[in-house]
Design a protein around this ligand. Sequence first.
Ligand SMILES: NC(=O)c1ccc[n+]([C@@H]2O[C@H](COP(=O)([O-])OP(=O)(O)OC[C@H]3O[C@@H](n4cnc5c(N)ncnc54)[C@H](O)[C@@H]3O)[C@@H](O)[C@H]2O)c1
Length: 352
Amino acid sequence: MRVIVTGGAGFIGSALVRHLVLEQGYEVLNVDALTYAGYLPSLKAVDGKSNYRFVHANICDRAAMERAVADFRPDRIMHLAAESHVDRSITGAADFIQTNVIGTFTLLETARGYWSGLGSAAKEAFRFLHVSTDEVYGSLGDDGLFTEETPYDPSSPYSASKASSDHLAKAWQRTYGLPVVVSNCSNNYGPYHYPEKLIPLTILNALAGARLPVYGKGENVRDWLFVEDHARALDLIAERGRVGETYNVGGRNERRNIEVVRRICGVLDELVPGNRPREELIEFVTDRPGHDVRYAIDATKLETELGWRAQEDFDTGIAKTVQWYLDNEWWWRPLRERYAGQRLGLLNSSKS
Ligand SMILES: NC(=O)c1ccc[n+]([C@@H]2O[C@H](COP(=O)([O-])OP(=O)(O)OC[C@H]3O[C@@H](n4cnc5c(N)ncnc54)[C@H](O)[C@@H]3O)[C@@H](O)[C@H]2O)c1
């Protein structure tokens, strides 16, 4: 099995590359532009393996994508490269439109050209997995879950750009017959998570005794999934998902943001006792503009049709994650020096 992973130097992409190279023994080509979010130390475990290769390239560069595909001749393309941080999309949407929309278009066209030239068995077996987010569905109230039939209703420049890319991927399947499958996943957490996102930021600030910013009143609910469970789901969807279908991926682990932050404080207080409870570092700050209230995934289709189950619940996953950050300062220290936790995504700091 030969797999191209785009965005393999990012948080989820690197978990997927580690899974495919080390657990599955697949031949993997990682195509990544190494933006601020791409970090090759996340791939230390696969570096030097004979079944792993890296190409430094931008998915918007058609010639580079055509070269990568022609040289590597993949059985699958798993497309994760994206601008992914909602706060950054509020103050700088242009990169999101470029990578998430134009980049996905470029990759779909590249894949279509390559796939059209395959022999009939390879053509039948080829898959393009487009990896997306539950944020395309907008916001839920107190009840209900996102299913694959929930209408799209994105709120942020990030989720709107991902929604656009989902529509492109589905259209390339319906119009050209490209064997596309789409996955929409809830919030991920786990090892190798860039310290601008809520969970790693909270862990590292709490360790440093720095304030723990919580947007609004911390009432926003997210459905948390351990990243390695997501990597296993993506592999399964690419292997057995039906062409033209969407699969929602989620851990059935809804938590309010304030509960997440308190839980991290509790775990850290046990593992590395401080002078006072770390909860005292919590500080409520101005909410994110357009902040969706609640996301929650109905993963029944993935569970019943493909037999996937999350192996971690939030309590086991967060304990593993905190321990990982304690054990892997070599990984996060250089990133903290680049980004120390300053606030992103306030409207008065916009550039276009
Ligand atoms: N993080 C989550 O909770 C979550 C949840 C559901 C879905 N997703 C989706 O999963 C995918 C991966 O998310 P992540 O959290 O790992 O993102 P990330 O920001 O950690 O990593 C993105 C990777 O893509 C690369 N990249 C960005 N622009 C590129 C370009 N133009 N060309 C080539 N490479 C480029 C970056 O260098 C980086 O390595 C994204 O498509 C995201 O929308 C993320």
